[in-house]
Write a protein that binds this ligand. Sequence first.
Ligand SMILES: Cc1ncc(COP(=O)(O)O)c(C=O)c1O
Length: 434
Amino acid sequence: MQDLNPLAIELNEQLRASSPAVFSLFSELGKRIYLPKGILSQTAEAGIKAHRFNATRAIASEDGDMMHLAVSRELVPTLSLEGIYGYAPVLGQPELRETWKTHLLKENPSLAEATLSLPIVTSGMTHGFSLLAELFVDSGDTLILPDKIWGNYRLIFQTKAGANLQTYPFFDATSGFNTHGFRERLTNTAGEKLLILLNFPHNPTGYAINRTEAQRIVDAIVARADAGCRILVMIDDAYAGLWYDASVMHESLFGLLVGCHPNVLPVKIDGATKEEYAWGLRVAFISFGLGAVAMQPLEQKFSGLIRANTSGASQVSQTLILEAMKAPDYVEEKQRNYEILKARSLKVEKVASDPKYAKLWEVYPSHAGYFTCLNLKSGNAEKVRQCLLEDHGIGTISLGETELRVAYSCLEESDIGTVFRTIAAVVEALYGMG
Ligand SMILES: Cc1ncc(COP(=O)(O)O)c(C=O)c1O
């Protein structure tokens, strides 16, 4: 085992004093990581004091501005050269971080009374989860997840970080979120450190929880924390804001978890990815319900981790998100997209749940996000998927033996009837249930 660097020891001591739960949840790497006082701090110092010549930055300049290629600059003519080509700060552009925090406070009324950190910018949500895995997960640590998940969690937490995944059935007998199963899984999982991952609106089903379910989830977590367990609760809010049904909660569970128990550390992972219709820009955020005293050393830990892998998220992507969020038409354009997705969701609900298909599949409840998911009553989802693709040119995702996920987010409303009619025809042809 390596000796800890004195800077890491100092950060650990600060966190042990200000936020013992954070410190006690750290992985071995989490304890070891720190940001060296090297090029970054010398560059920052020169940025303030080098009034004659600044020869610190590892960039090239010309006539007092950034050297660049006109052929790419012409493609984004209105942005500043720094906003396109400059290195972004390791934790992200300060104004973007402030703007995202304002966005979170506006969208999450439960955070009104809470302390919220400045969000840390990551290169997409996947990078955010990878950072959390590095900081908090040691091989053998237990991560509690439902049985229906976005598959990348497995690669990040199980394959890469070596976590021991413990699952519970996502739905209960009434097709609601299985709060009882969740509580039981928590109660029956031994150990003094647990990791939990929750995702609503949900991939792959499109399910969103209501207030009662949310409170039951919080109560179950608090009960386990009361029994002496330290718990990291990761809230995947990839599809935040895309709620189409008045019966479900229109804010993140994160707001209800902040401050719920001293042993519980909630962390919100969300992004421009889906919320801002900017999938490939790779801009996402990690936020904690922690104040400055805990965040200062924690940010140093994140800075060390980010510096050691991506070194920072794309500058031009961050600039595009920030400028879009400040634009006069921003709210109106987002509302327009939301209305289109909502109309598709309502159409899917009507079409897929048509009684004439009841013998073929069960439709999981879907109130939000991008997806609906069919549970085939007989047959094999992968066979159906292949037939849809090969014979009809329709792409879907098969999950497990019987589940077929349809991303209606990329279907025109007028095509939804055809898609489900074709799926029904394929199931009937393959399994003879006509
Ligand atoms: C539930 C969920 N979380 C996270 C992500 C990934 O986000 P990103 O593309 O920002 O890595 C996705 C993408 O499909 C998702 O469905």
